[in-house]
Design a protein around this ligand. Structure first.
Ligand code: NAI
Length: 324
């Protein structure tokens, strides 16, 4: 059986790969893929990394030196891959859309939690505190949601927002033809939206799309939702805007320096990222650990498409879902 190395493996990943895999000997490795761990891929024909694995030039050199033939990402985003380093040496494939519903529904969950203060309410009632003081939210009905990025997830989030009776404005440099929602400039979206939600990939153009200047253009008291990639937001600028009250709150499933923390239990560690510590301590921030994808449907599809990507390549060299 061909050996494949899966990095940053968690029990919930194994469940689905174990159910669907019949062809490969998958080495389930707990460490993340880094220059220090790349040698664990020794003897493997492919690696299966996730969002916070490192695929820079050093790691790609290491994979090629180990004779690894393919990088089969088990995620949609590929901002962690040095594509120039991989080009012509080792193909990279991904799982482009395993469940846009999972992420879009979670985004609405963050918004409802933030706005209706469900996180605080749950803590209170567990403590037999049934006071409602400080839990006032607002109706989403009639408010304006600004959606940045109208691909698979953004379009579903638009439908969900409409279900709540919200108005929708959208921005995307590559608009969907014949869309039944209105595209505006980024500036207009920021100025007119009560809630801004990010659904675009991390690229050189989108890095720190939300920064001091763009936050200044947003409505006073707006909410920011980010279930895409942490690096889309300049965290220090966001923190300042939350502290000053410029923004009323943020729902974050991603953080720009998440790699050393997310997916791990770091509760005993005193080595804490300062901005992350401040963000999680803010009453107007709901922060989760890159969890938006985590549904049974998504995990099933991730395993299924990753295995199909491997099968196609090892059958006749077909590059299904290639990252170029
Ligand atoms: P998609 O590729 O279907 O859509 C992305 C859209 O963003 C495209 O329409 C594209 O034109 C647009 N876009 C590109 N650059 C942009 C920019 N600078 N400004 C505004 N729009 C821009 O991707 P999909 O499946 O909708 O995913 C969106 C993002 O969600 C992914 O890139 C990934 O970062 C994130 N994601 C997060 C997950 C989580 O668990 N939190 C899970 C899966 C995806």
């Amino acid at each position: 059986m061909d050996k494949i190395a899966m990095f940053d493996t968690k029990p919930y990943d194994r469940t689905w790969f174990d159910q669907l895999n019949t062809r490969y000997h998958i080495k389930y490795l707990e460490p993340k893929l880094t220059p220090d761990t790349v040698s664990l891929a020794h003897g493997c024909r492919a690696v299966i990394p996730f969002v916070n694995d490192t695929l820079d030039r050093t790691v790609i050199d290491g994979l090629c030196a180990e004779g690894v033939e393919m990088i089969a990402l088990r995620c949609a985003g590929y901002n962690n891959v040095d594509r120039a380093a991989a080009a012509g040496r080792i193909p990279v494939v991904r799982v482009p859309g395993y469940s846009p519903y999972a992420v879009a529904e979670f985004t609405m969950g963050l918004l409802l939690t933030l706005n209706r203060k469900l996180h605080k309410a749950c803590f209170r009632t567990r403590d037999f505190n049934f006071s409602l003081n400080g839990l006032v939210g607002f109706d989403l009905h009639g408010k304006t949601a600004g959606i940045i990025g109208t691909g698979k997830i953004g379009q579903i989030f638009i439908q969900i927002c409409r279900g709540f009776g919200m108005h929708v404005l959208a921005y995307d440099p590559f608009p969907v033809p014949d869309a039944d929602f209105s595209y505006v400039s980024l500036e207009e979206l920021l100025q007119k939206s009560d809630i801004v939600s990010l659904h675009c990939p991390l690229t050189e153009q989108s890095r720190h799309l939300i920064n001091r200047d763009t936050i200044a253009q947003m409505r006073d008291g707006a909410y920011l939702l980010n279930t895409s990639r942490g690096m889309l937001v300049e965290s220090e600028a966001l923190l300042d805007a939350l502290k000053s009250g410029k923004l009323a709150g943020a729902g974050l499933d991603v953080y720009e320096e998440e790699t050393d923390f997310f997916f791990e239990d770091r509760s005993d560690s005193i080595d804490r990222d300062t901005i992350l510590s401040l963000l999680v301590s803010m009453p107007n921030v709901v922060l989760t650990s890159h969890q938006a994808f985590l549904t049974t449907e998504a995990l099933h599809n991730i395993a299924k498409v990753t295995l199909e990507n491997l099968d196609a390549f090892f059958r006749d060299g077909t590059l299904q879902n290639e990252v170029r």
